[in-house]
Design a protein around this ligand. Structure first.
Ligand code: ADP
Length: 761
């Protein structure tokens, strides 16, 4: 190869000696759904802050190759990608970047564009590479100076380099974040597939062995098992704890059949192994089932289906929130001290030293390799361990035998309020857990109407079979809040059916009813029993709970519908005003707006004024004049009682000047329907376990505790009902504090038609 004459690349250094520090964004390693949302958020947040941002295509390969693979992003670069699976900017596994020569070329390509901040969206391999690059940055620049590629003053001007890592991985295998971008979508794909397989398996009474991804991490297998009511689950972190585990598995499956189960579903994580570290393959499990149970057994290896498809609402919003936070971190004074990993704990964005997270992640793989399984489970953390414990109870064909001397109690379980997907899952768990602990579980039909009328039946282990994945509320639910003589009827039924404790799985009406019972204890001593409300409402408007059961399913229902509506609108230059549920709570409106890229979200919390509407019309007209082909406005059903959905539609249409059509879409009850999402099933299961335990713990306490529960910051909390009034905004049936309000500003940045920085100029 002929050597070309070297030429020092001209790099602009601004006169004031503070060079413009551009941001580069890339996706690397395995792709995962939701990466596009993160890329979009990085681009738009940066541009909104008037910072240059570059898209680096094909992962580290683009950084090494430079040229057209590193492109300056515009506002439009982030358009139309939110709902797409995979990563539209490409990803790769790059050998060149593993070599110093490759990293030197990459450093040259970045510094010559003034890029000294990098947001890397990938797995632990990609993030390790990123950190190495950051550590080497000063020496890479020195080498470039030495080679005459850049001048000393350029090297000095760009001497510090920031790395922010976001974890894009379907495995959910990384420390430093509760969820990785893509894991929720992968779980959706797995659960959809297993639900589908279950229906055919049940028809033929077949056994199925399903292999899911996860070489070192059993998250997908375990959660899919919880969410689908699997018969047996094999994960890398916790192999069966007996040598002859095959016999034990076959016993459980055989007993399941005898108890009336029509399917046997075994879920095997890719990296499953036995206590001695020998891999357990799906085919091996099939062979065992065929030989020992003489069962017609099929294997399904889900493979890349798990990676694909449109991201869920959760992954779109997670990507958006983390991408936004990554840029905020870069612009903050804390940046550059260390490579950081931005993740989520509960609903809070967290920042942790990247390499600590990578190291802890690698530790789990190492202890699994060393067959130290208890350590592996400890490293995964409390909720993972608890989920596995719960799974092992729920898969049983029969409950455990009660301890001698155990005093059985009678607990009742019921639904209340509007239907929410996941109510059945919660009932199933309460029934099985309660029976397993040796208690009688009664099911109250049709909410408080049933409690008044005495529609109460004893539940058994198999009466909840198949309920894990069913939408709606099999027990029935009503919005009834009892009063007057009805309270007397309830008290009588509590006495007659000898109810020692009550679980109410439901929404606002259930909470109001429980509060009424609590206040009326003086008049009705029968109400002095432990009562616990489990939050289940699509509106997500319950105090003490960041996310109620059913809200995730409703959100995904909305997002799927809006994706379709948007597609239809593109064809004809149209603006849609979409009305979503939520009562006076704007959670569904805001989160669906953020997940679908809506131009505006109207909520009661933010209010709607004529001035807002006028400015929105101006923006719409400007946008369509500049070539916009579709616009989406999402309106909460109670955003404003005067400016209704049809009023807004008519107003926009009249003011459009014929530039675009306006249509309304009221989504209605499709939001309450459908089978529960994996997240709702898992949350329903986990909350229900705690609710049963609460009744068991509190059954003898007098005066008895009456509480509502919920997840907050990743922990389950219980609140006594005497705090209820102080925590709610009674006029609008919503909590006084709503954590998600802070996301309004993030959504606003993403959906404006041009960055603030441009508008300000
Ligand atoms: P993931 O990020 O999904 O874990 P990989 O482990 O395949 O995927 O890593 C993706 C890319 O990151 C690799 O192809 C390589 O370019 C880069 N990379 C990974 N580990 C290192 C390392 N130790 N040093 C430099 N680059 C690395």
């Amino acid at each position: 190869m002929t050597k070309t004459t070297k030429k020092i690349i001209e790099v602009a250094i601004p006169e004031n000696d503070t060079p413009k520090r551009a941001i580069g964004v890339l996706t690397s390693g395995g792709d995962s759904p939701g990466m596009n949302a993160a890329v979009r958020a990085v681009i738009r947040t940066a541009l909104d802050e008037d910072v240059e941002v570059y898209i680096i295509r094909e992962g580290y390969q683009g950084m090494v190759d430079g040229g057209t693979r590193i492109q300056k992003a515009t506002w439009e670069s982030g358009g139309g990608i939110l709902q797409r699976g995979g990563t539209v900017i490409g990803t790769a596994r790059c050998m060149d970047f593993q070599q110093r020569a490759g990293r030197l070329a990459a450093a040259r390509n970045l510094v010559t564009r003034g890029i000294t901040n990098l947001v890397v969206i990938g797995g632990d391999g990609s993030l390790t590479g990123a950190n190495l690059f950051r550590q080497e940055w000063p020496s890479l620049l020195a080498e470039l100076v030495e080679k005459g590629d850049i001048t000393q003053s350029v090297a000095q001007a760009y001497d510090s380099f920031n790395i922010v890592g976001l974890v894009g991985s379907i495995d959910n295998d990384m420390f430093g974040t509760d969820m990785t971008i893509g894991a929720d979508t992968a779980l959706h794909r797995i659960v959809e597939a297993i639900d589908a397989i279950t229906s055919t398996a049940a028809s033929h009474q077949r056994a199925f062995v399903v292999e899911v991804m996860g070489r070192h991490c059993g998250y997908l297998a375990l959660m899919a098992g919880l969410a689908t009511g699997a018969s047996w689950v094999l994960i890398p972190e916790s192999p069966p704890n007996v040598e002859n585990w095959e016999d034990k598995m076959c016993d459980v499956l055989r007993m399941g059949r005898e108890a009336g189960r029509r399917t046997n579903m075994v879920i095997v994580a890719e990296g499953a192994q036995d206590r001695n570290g020998q891999p357990i393959s799906a085919n091996y499990v099939r062979q065992i089932l065929e030989e020992r149970l003489h069962s017609d057994t099929r294997v399904t290896i889900l493979g890349h289906v798990q990676r694909g498809g449109s991201p869920t609402a959760f992954d779109r919003n997670l990507g958006t929130i983390l991408g936004h936070a990554a840029v905020q971190h870069i612009l903050s004074s804390e940046a550059s001290a260390e490579s950081m990993l931005i993740g989520m704990r509960g609903n809070k964005v967290t920042q942790l030293p990247l390499m600590e997270c990578v190291q802890q992640t690698k530790d789990v793989a190492n202890v699994i390799k060393a067959n130290e399984y208890d350590k592996a489970m400890d490293l995964r953390g409390g909720s993972f361990k608890e989920a596995f414990r719960t799974l092992r109870t729920l898969v049983r064909a029969f409950p455990h035998k009660p301890d001698p001397g155990h005093a059985p109690k009678r607990f009742a379980v019921m639904n209340a309020g509007g239907p929410a997907a996941g109510m059945n899952t919660a009932v199933r768990t309460a029934v099985r857990l309660g029976i397993d602990k040796g208690h009688t579980i009664l099911g109250v039909k049709n909410g408080f109407e049933g409690l008044i009328k005495g529609e109460i039946v004893e539940m058994n282990w198999m009466s909840v079979h198949g309920m894990v994945s069913l939408g709606g509320a099999e027990l029935g639910t009503r919005r009834k809040i009892p009063k007057g003589g009805e309270l007397y009827a309830i008290a009588r039924n509590i006495e007659e059916f000898k109810i020692d404790g009550l679980i109410i799985i439901g929404g606002w009406a259930g909470y109001e009813a429980a509060y009424t019972m609590y206040k009326e204890r003086e008049n009705y001593p029968a109400f002095d029993i432990p009562v616990i409300c489990v939050p289940a409402s699509i509106n997500n408007n319950l105090p003490g709970s960041e996310l109620s059961i059913g809200a995730d399913t409703a959100l995904n229902n909305i997002v799927e519908a809006v994706d379709k509506i948007k597609q239809s609108a593109v064809a004809s230059r149209r603006c849609f005003v979409v009305e979503v549920m939520g009562g006076y709570c704007g959670y569904l409106a805001l989160m669906s707006g953020m997940a679908t890229g809506a131009e505006r979200v109207y909520s009661h919390e933010q209010g709607v004024t004529l001035k807002n509407l006028q400015s929105d019309i101006n923006d719409l007209v400007d946008g369509f004049k500049q070539g916009k082909r579709l616009a989406l406005m999402i309106r909460n059903e109670k955003a404003n009682s005067f400016y209704t959905t049809s009023f807004m539609t008519a107003l926009f249409e009249e003011e459009s000047g014929g530039l675009f059509d306006v249509r309304q879409a009221i989504l209605g009850h499709l939001q309450q329907g459908g089978n529960p999402s994996p997240f709702d099933r898992i949350q329903a299961t986990q909350l229900s376990v705690k609710a049963v335990q609460f009744l068991i713990d509190e059954v003898e306490t007098r005066p008895a505790r009456s509480v509502f529960m919920g997840l907050q910051g990743g922990k389950v909390n219980f609140f006594d009902f005497d705090r209820f009034q102080s925590m709610i905004d009674k006029n609008f049936s919503r909590p006084k504090e709503q954590w998600w309000i802070q996301l309004q500003s993030v959504a606003a940045v993403m959906t404006q038609s041009e960055p603030h920085s441009l508008a300000k100029r």
